[in-house]
Design a protein around this ligand. Structure first.
Ligand code: HEC
Ligand code: HEC
Length: 243
């Protein structure tokens, strides 16, 4: 989203000759301050709240502009599929985004519309309770079968300890559910985590993903996107609300 132009700006400024660097740099707003302690505190308070899915429906309205009322996101991976994700995972991501620990320029101001830990817990409970909309963005090139098979082998060897067989994750341990997520979102997150652009991640996960080249990340994403998301599938009528 906003990331490419932003990175391009950063790269241009870094490469610019000395005479150009000064005025350009001073005209940029200062980078937002990361606050891991604030994120951690807000996460703990939100987890203690429990969360009320019915109350969270209203709080989710501002989110549905991008993630859609169904929580389907976008097939092209621009917005992740959220429906059915573990509330514990959602709470951590929302708290991290609010405190700039996970950088998400496009979403930050919307996440700040949540009034605090209770809203965060409620919205997470609402999202977790959503039925699973059918379909998702998948890897559809001619070599899909080979890639999916390769991705499954790597996943079973390197990732299952945390993300669990078939990618359902763990609510208790706050490991994200990956099954049935959009292919391009998965690929972008893995590359961002490996290359240090997404920094709010378990160091053991970073160590594991660093071993993998782009082709292997593609296979992993192809495999995970091809899995069914666990949960209650939406009725056909509800499913029409997706894009
Ligand atoms: C302007 C569009 C937009 C709005 C509005 C928005 N988001 Fe997002 N959200 C995004 C994008 C884009 C990402 C993925 C960012 C990335 O690639 O790192 C994201 C990521 C997330 C994630 C992380 C998902 C994961 O699997 O790690 C959560 C959770 C989330 N959003 C929840 C919300 C909630 C709750 C709201 C409302 C308070 C909201 N979003 C509003 C665009 C939006
Ligand atoms: C030590 C446990 C651990 C291992 C091993 C691990 N992960 Fe993760 N992974 C996590 C945690 C925890 C997160 C959530 C990061 C956060 O807190 O923001 C995560 C996040 C992710 C995400 C982003 C999900 C989202 O919704 O944004 C993807 C994709 C992912 N892992 C894929 C993998 C793959 C593929 C492997 C194997 C090569 C792997 N992980 C190995 C713990 C692990």
């Amino acid at each position: 989203m906003l990331k490419m132009p932003y990175l391009l700006c950063v790269a241009l400024i870094a490469l610019a000759p000395a005479w150009a660097a000064e005025p350009a740099r001073s005209s940029l707003p200062p980078p937002p301050e990361k606050s891991p302690s604030q994120a951690e505190a807000e996460r703990a308070l939100a987890l203690a709240e429990g969360g009320d899915a019915a109350a969270g429906k209203a709080a989710y309205e501002v989110c549905s502009a991008c993630h859609l009322p169904s929580g389907f996101g976008r097939r092209d991976g621009g917005y992740p599929k959220l429906a059915g994700q573990h509330a514990t995972v959602l709470i951590k991501q929302i708290a991290d985004i609010r405190a700039h620990v996970r950088e998400n320029g496009g979403m930050h101001s919307f996440a700040m519309e949540l009034r605090g830990p209770r809203d965060i817990a409620d919205v997470a409970a609402h999202i977790e309770s959503l039925c699973i909309p059918p379909g998702n963005g998948r890897y559809v090139m001619p070599d899909a079968d080979t890639r999916i098979a390769e991705g499954g082998r790597i996943f079973d060897r390197d990732c299952v300890d945390c993300h669990q067989p078939r990618g359902q994750g763990s609510k208790e341990k706050s490991y994200p559910m990956l099954a049935g997520q959009h292919y391009r979102y998965l690929l972008r997150q893995m590359a961002d985590i490996r290359d240090g652009y997404r920094q709010n991640v378990d160091p053991d996960m970073v160590k594991t993903i660093k071993k993998h080249k782009n082709g292997e990340l593609q296979s992993l994403a192809a495999y995970l996107a091809a899995l069914d998301t666990p949960g209650t599938p939406c009725e056909p009528v509800q499913a029409q609300a997706r894009k």
